[in-house]
Design a protein around this ligand. Structure first.
Ligand SMILES: [Zn+2]
Ligand SMILES: [Zn+2]
Length: 246
């Protein structure tokens, strides 16, 4: 079970080195570096774009030292006004794994306090629709942290259930475009959203989803493969088979 969501210093908000992960784990790793255009977070707006050339060279070098254990990935933050620039960046580049995310609305990142002053219902509906649009426009392998837009809102399952029709529409879109659903252990265990994920899994199980991805969203060595034993148990509980994992 590979950790499919991981950052290094090639991401604007991380300083971890590949070796931090490679030296404490014997298997394969893939890093999914942030690509966020017009990113308002942490003193923005800025275009946060991984240096593809340097990233590719660094991984080729480490693959010689560490027995080809490193794959190339990206976490594409979708922002509709910059869609053409996003597609232009991806053109001709080779990634083993592409995560798709919606992190911000041009004014603030959804982890910032401003999200707390939005109309909750309007925001959640709009956020889920924005992810659908991202799926339609950007080729990717995994829908990352479906709950990112409301991570800060401490929703209960009953509160999220009000949006079940919207979630079902989103999940159907995700399945139609062959994206995997991510179990994001940072959302689940650092933002205490495990109940929301279990609720989502119950819907996905009923809908017949057979593509899943497990990711820690780690920015530090200590978050690598965060709670993966617990997640393995969840996969068993929900009948998710090993071969359904990307
Ligand atoms: Zn993200
Ligand atoms: Zn991430």
């Amino acid at each position: 079970m590979r950790d499919n969501h991981l950052h290094t210093y090639f991401s604007y908000d991380a300083e971890a080195r590949f070796e931090d992960y490679l030296t404490i784990y014997e298997g394969e790793i893939v890093t999914t570096e942030h690509f966020d255009l017009s990113n308002p977070y942490l003193g923005g707006p800025r275009d946060d774009v991984p240096d593809y050339q340097a990233y590719t060279e660094q991984i080729a070098c480490l693959n010689r030292q560490y027995g080809n254990r490193i794959k190339k990935g990206i976490e594409i933050g979708y922002y509709a006004p910059r869609e053409a620039d996003t597609l232009a960046y991806l053109e001709g580049k080779d990634f083993d794994l592409k995560l798709l995310s919606v992190h911000h609305n041009g004014s603030f990142d959804y982890l910032e306090d401003e999200v707390l002053s939005l109309d909750r219902n309007e925001h959640i509906v709009a956020y889920l629709q924005e992810i659908e649009r991202a799926i339609e426009r950007i080729p990717a392998d995994v829908l990352a942290h479906f709950d990112y837009g409301f991570r800060r809102l401490s929703l209960t399952v009953d509160e999220l259930r009000e949006f079940e029709p919207n979630l079902r529409t989103l999940f159907q879109k995700m399945m139609d475009y062959h994206l995997a659903f991510e179990l994001n252990s940072k959302s689940m265990y650092l933002y205490d959203n495990e109940p929301l994920y279990l609720y989502a899994l119950s819907i996905l199980q009923e809908m017949g989803c057979k593509r899943y991805s497990i990711g820690s969203d780690g920015h530090y060595q200590r978050h690598f493969r965060l709670q993966f034993d617990r997640i393995k148990q969840i996969l068993d509980d929900y009948g998710i088979q090993e071969e359904w994992l990307v």
